[in-house]
Design a protein around this ligand. Structure first.
Ligand code: GTP
Ligand code: MG
Length: 237
């Protein structure tokens, strides 16, 4: 995997284009490039690109679908016998489909601020898509299931190495034992300050809260980096 370092705060980069993916719905992607200024001088809605990542079957597609105000684009395919050899479906027996390219949705957080949501595929064989999907992302949500916490290690590693700010959102499946945010943070050996939130991926308000936490956190991280980059004299004048 390439070592891209693609962080832009306030820019959605190559966000928002569904391309020619074999999709099940028209995602309603906006015509205007995200994060731009309208010609009449009005500030266009700021659109930020957010990734929704995590292990197989943790609820990424569910989360994007729950919060999206447009009909989400999905690229689900049946889990096949051929895929059994390469797909790790342990612990997710009831699942019959899997994301093979990406999910796409959009949510307006407040007037003038929208998020474009890109759900990643959960299977290892689609890792090659991650660099493309993460280009220009403000930050990421790493969904976790406490019954299979190790499944989100690769996503945590991925974002830490690329210095893409992320929050860990524990999807509280009813059957799963509850753990506090602190326990999850320790178990994942997260860098200090990385937020851990508990959520229900099926619930719109819950998903929205996760996204707001991420935007606030990523905003702080990017601002701190910007101040760092202008040196110690910043803020002393
Ligand atoms: N009980 C419960 N079921 C959930 C929850 N979130 C998702 N599910 C179910 O779990 C299954 C997996 O959800 P998906 O959203 O497809 O998971 P995914 O992470 O997109 O899966 P991949 O793309 O294949 O990696 C689906 O059958 C959902 O209905 C949850 O919070 N609670
Ligand atoms: Mg999915």
């Amino acid at each position: 995997m390439g070592q891209h370092d693609n962080r832009t705060f306030g820019s959605a980069g190559s966000a928002g284009r569904a391309g020619d993916a074999d999709t099940e719905a028209d995602a309603g992607a906006p015509d205007a490039e995200p994060g731009t200024v309208e010609e009449d001088g009005e500030l266009a809605a700021l659109a930020l690109k957010i990734l929704v990542a995590g292990g197989f079957g943790v609820g990424k597609t569910t989360l994007v679908g729950a919060v999206s105000e447009i009909r989400p684009l999905r690229t689900e395919e049946q889990l096949s016998e051929a895929g059994e050899l390469v797909d790790d479906t342990d612990g997710v027996d009831h699942k019959t489909t899997t994301t093979v390219a990406m999910d796409f949705g959009r949510i307006t957080i407040r007037s003038g601020l929208s998020l474009y949501l890109f759900g990643t595929p959960g299977q290892d064989r689609f890792w090659f898509l991650w660099d493309e999907l993460s280009t220009g992302a403000l930050g990421a949500v790493v969904l976790a299931d406490t019954r299979r916490l190790e499944d989100c290690f690769p996503a945590v590693d991925y974002f830490e190495h690329r210095r893409i700010p992320f929050v860990v959102a524990v999807n509280c499946f009813t059957e799963a034992r509850r753990y506090g945010a602190h326990d999850v943070s320790r178990a994942l050996d997260l860098e200090q300050g990385t937020p851990v939130v508990l959520c229900d991926a099926r619930d719109r308000d819950s998903g929205k809260e996760v996204l707001i936490r991420l935007v606030e956190y990523a905003g702080r991280v990017h601002t701190a980096r910007l101040l760092d980059s202008v040196g110690p004299q910043a803020g002393s004048g």
